[in-house]
Ligand binder design. Structure first.
Ligand code: CU
Length: 300
């Protein structure tokens, strides 16, 4: 009993300053709204042919994990509260129970199988790059990307846009908040047609990078000496932004990704160079790109 009292008083002594510190930290956090990110907890609404399925799988697994977690903790707290010596409960004396072992092996196994079947079904679709309409080799460099359209005579580098680059310089005097899509714009975006299966062949030129476009639900490492494959099929025209997600050195945060999804006609025009895809036009595009629906690109 003395030991119990000692622990209780220690717990109380620890808890009071801890709860005060937690409350103070929380109050400080709430008092600085500028430092808070958007309260977006879920995955973004996808714009690719597989995004609904991946999102559904994510929700299914999340629900299963939540139910398991709540059930296990509820049972644990219930037993802690009721099965105590102080409640007059006597400990059972058996040392082995085949029935208990079968139950606590069988239930998790069934839960895991229940998660494995839909996961495997979706993963197989994600990995199936066959029957692609367009293949693009994407190479990561410190710190930019290159896009090589394997069936076309098209190769270019895609680097951070000029406005972001200027503002990012030390002592530039430019407030990044004034730069539209700061660190999320490029000089040469990847252009692909809508509703076409785009196979991406990924590699790295120097270190490991990772090509991630959240709304298109693609994310894959670009390893030097290896080719990784992935694919997406955008279901809407528009501008989709992404980032390198493998810490690749000093300029890791300065190699964004922009994918412009256009109609078939616009894509053909872009391939033919009819969109005036020269430096000036590109600058216009990257500055207007957010306001302009993709079908206006042809007018540039
Ligand atoms: Cu990188």
């Amino acid at each position: 009993m003395r030991l119990e009292r000692m622990f209780t008083s220690m717990f109380k002594r620890l808890c009071t300053p801890l709860s005060v510190a937690t409350a103070a930290a929380f109050a400080a956090l709430m008092a600085t709204p500028a430092a808070l990110a958007a309260w977006e907890l879920d995955m973004p609404i996808g714009k690719s042919s597989l995004s609904d399925e991946i999102m559904g799988l994510h929700h299914l697994i999340l629900i299963i994990c939540t139910v398991v977690c709540v059930a296990v903790f509820a049972f644990a707290f219930y037993t802690m509260a009721t099965c105590r010596r102080s409640q007059g409960v006597k400990a059972a004396q058996f040392s082995h129970s085949t029935r208990a072992e079968i139950i606590w092996t069988l239930i998790p196994t069934l839960v895991l199988i229940g998660m494995a079947i839909p996961s495997a079904r979706t993963i197989l679709k994600i990995e199936d790059t066959s029957g692609a309409d367009i293949s693009i080799k994407v190479t990561g460099y410190q710190w930019k990307w290159s896009y090589d359209y394997l069936d076309e005579d098209k190769f270019f580098y895609s680097s951070l846009d000029r406005a972001s680059n200027a503002a990012a310089q030390q002592d530039s005097g430019i407030d990044p908040a004034t730069v539209k899509n700061y660190l999320r714009n490029v000089d040469n975006p990847m252009v692909v047609p809508v509703n076409k299966k785009i196979r991406i062949l990924l590699t790295g030129n120097d270190v490991i990078h990772s090509w991630w476009v959240p709304e298109l639900y693609v994310k894959k490492d670009a390893n030097p000496g290896f080719i990784n494959e992935t694919w997406f099929e955008a279901t809407e025209t528009g501008i989709f932004r992404g980032q390198c997600t493998e810490l690749c050195g000093r300029g890791h945060g300065f190699m964004p990704i922009v994918v412009v999804v256009v109609t078939d006609d616009e894509y053909q025009q872009w391939l033919d160079g009819d969109l005036g895809w020269n430096e000036e036009a590109q600058e216009m595009i990257v500055t207007r790109i957010d306001d302009a629906p993709a079908d206006q690109l042809a007018a540039l």
